[in-house]
Design a protein around this ligand. Sequence first.
Ligand SMILES: Nc1ncnc2c1ncn2[C@@H]1O[C@H](COP(=O)(O)OP(=O)(O)OP(=O)(O)O)[C@@H](O)[C@H]1O
Length: 632
Amino acid sequence: MFRLSSSLCPFCAARALAPPTSTPWQASRNAATLQKRKPSRMVLSPSVKRGPVKPSSSGRPAQRSRNSPWGGLNMTVVPRDLHSTKNQLPAAEQRRSNRFSKDAGKPAKTKEPMKALKMQQRLTNVSYERRGRVKEAILQRTSFDEFDLLPVIKDSIATQALGGMVDVSPTPVQRLAIPALLDSEGPRNPKFRRKEQGGKKEMREFLLAAETGSGKTLAYVLPVIDAIKRAEFAEQVRDSQEMDESRATRPRNKLFDIDPPTDGQPDPSTGRPRAIILVPTAELVEQVGHLVKSFAHTVKYRSTSISADYTGRMIRSRLFSAAGIDIVVSTPHLLSSITESEPNILSRVTHLVIDEADSLLDRSFSPITSSIIDRATPSLQQLILCSATIPRSLDSYLHKRFPNIRRLVTPNLHAIPRRVQLSVVDIDKIPYQGNRDLACAQVIWDIGKEVAEEGEEREKKVLVFVNEREKTTELAEYLQKKGIEAVALSRDSAERKNNDMLASFTSATTAPSTTSTKNLLSSTATSTFHPAISPADLADSSTEPSIPAGRTLPNTKVLITTDISSRGIDTLPLRHVLLYDVPHTSIDFIHRLGRVGRMNRRGRGIVLVGKKDRKDVVREVRDGMFKGAALI
Ligand SMILES: Nc1ncnc2c1ncn2[C@@H]1O[C@H](COP(=O)(O)OP(=O)(O)OP(=O)(O)O)[C@@H](O)[C@H]1O
C-alpha cells in the first residue's frame, strides 16, 4: 500500500517548516511557499480495514456489518464464504487468506444441495436448460384439435376418457407426445423423419417420461388407437382394390361365379392383435384396459385385457374370439407364458407399449419384457416406453439397447408437485417412544377428525405404504383394534378382493376439475394447502395420543399396501398418503407420493421417521418438494 511520508504531507510539512516563534513576514513567506508547492490534499487512511471507531460493549471496536451497503468495501481479507472467488485467487493469496481464517487448517464446509440423495444416485439428471426448451415448445399447443387425430377420436376424448369434462385441453406430456407419436412432426423435423426399409416402415422407439398423474396413459393410448384405425382403413381399401382387380382379371366365362363363403371362418386378427400394452400389475391391467375399452364404444375396434385375475378359459376366449382382436392389455409374465404355446400372438403387432417402464425394465422384470420386445420386433413400427421416472439403470439400458430412442421428457419430471405437502412425524418422541404403529394410528385419527374442506369428499381415504408385504396384514389388524376401518392389499391378498378395495380409491367415478391441465403448465402453479392439523402439530408429539378407547373412527377408510399400488394406480380423489416406512429410494418417494396431487389436485403426504431412518434423505425430499425442484 502506498503511504505518504509525513514530510510530504502538506500540513505536517507546514508545521515542520514553521519556526516555533515566527514573525508576521516569516509566516507570510511560509504560506507563499506552501501555495507554490500545492500537492494533493488526499490522504489515505493507514488502517483501511478498521471499522467505525465507536467501541462496542465488549470494548473492542465494532466491525462493520457485512449487510450494510458498504459492507464489501475496504476489505483486506477475502471473506470465507466466497468460495468461488477464493478459488480463483493465486495460491499465495489463498494461503494468506487461510492464515487469517478462523477455521484455518480445517476442511472447508460446503452446504451441498441434496447431498444424501446424490449419494443414492438413482435418477438420471435432466438439465434445466432442456426442460426450459420443452416448456417453450409445448406452450404453443393448447387444444386436442391441433393434433392430427381422427375426428372420431378427438370427439371421444371428453366423453369417453374424461367423464364428460368440458373445456378439455391436453396436459404437457400429451402436448409433447401425441404429435411425435402421430408422426406429424416428421416433415418439420428431419432428424426424426421415418425411413422405410424394403417396404416396411422402420421401427421407431420413444420414451415418454413425465411426472405422476400427468395423463401419460392418454398420451400413448390416443396415437395407438389412431394408428390401429388408420391401418384398418388402409387394409379395407387394399382388400377392395384386390377384389376389383380379381374381378377384372376373371375369365369371361366365370364372370358370375360367386366367391367362396367366409362365414364361420375366424377373423384373420383372431389371437393376433395389432397393439399390445404391457403394465406391471393386474390392477393396472384393469385400469388401462377400462380406458382402452371406453374408446372402443365410439371409435369401433376390438380390445381386451388379460391378467392372472382371469381363468385360463376366460383368457383364451378373450384372445381367440372369432370376432378378432386389435388391442390387448396384459402383464409381461402372462403374455410371455402365452407366447410359449401361441407364438403367433406377436406376429402382427405394430405397436408395443411398455407402461411403467422403470419397473418393467428393472432387474427383475427386464429379461421377460426384453424377450417380448425381441419377439415382436420383426413387425413392430413403434415401441413406446412410458415412465414417471428415469432411473440410471433404465438410462443405461436404453443407451445400450436403443441408442436412437427419442426421449420425450416434460419440464417437471422427477419433481413432486408443490401442491403436495409433506409432514414428518418423529416416532421416537413422546408419546410414541418408537411405537410406529401407534404413531400411524394417531395420524389416521387426526386426519379422520379433520373437518372436511369444501369440495372434499365426505369420506376420508388414507393410503398407507409399508416396505414389507408381511406388514400389511399385521398393521391392518392393529389399526382395526384401534377402531379404524383398515384393509390390507398386497400380492398375498385374493385378487378379486384387491380390485374391489382399490375401486373406492381410484378415479372410476370422479371427474377431474376443468382448470387442472392449464395449471399444470406452470411450474409455479401451486395452491397452498392449509391442513386442519399443521405439520408442526403433527411433528409435535408432546401431547398424549387421543385415540378414544372402544370408539371407531367414522367416515375414514384406510388401505395398507406395498409398492404394488404405487405404480400407475390413478387415485385421483385421494388426499392423504401415509408413508409408514421411509421409502428406500427417491424413485419410491416419487411413486408413492405421486398417488396424491394428481392432475393439479392438492394432497398431503405424512412420513413416519424413527432413529434408524434416513432423516437427511427425508429432509432433502421435503426441501426439494418445497422448492419444486427435481429429486436426484
Ligand atoms: N387432458 C386431460 N385433462 C384432464 N384430466 C386428464 C387429462 N388427461 C388425463 N387426465 C386424467 O388425469 C388422471 C391421471 O392420468 P394418468 O393415470 O394417465 O396419469 P399418469 O401420468 O399415467 O400417472 P402415473 O405416473 O401415476 O401412472 C386420470 O384420472 C385421467 O383421467
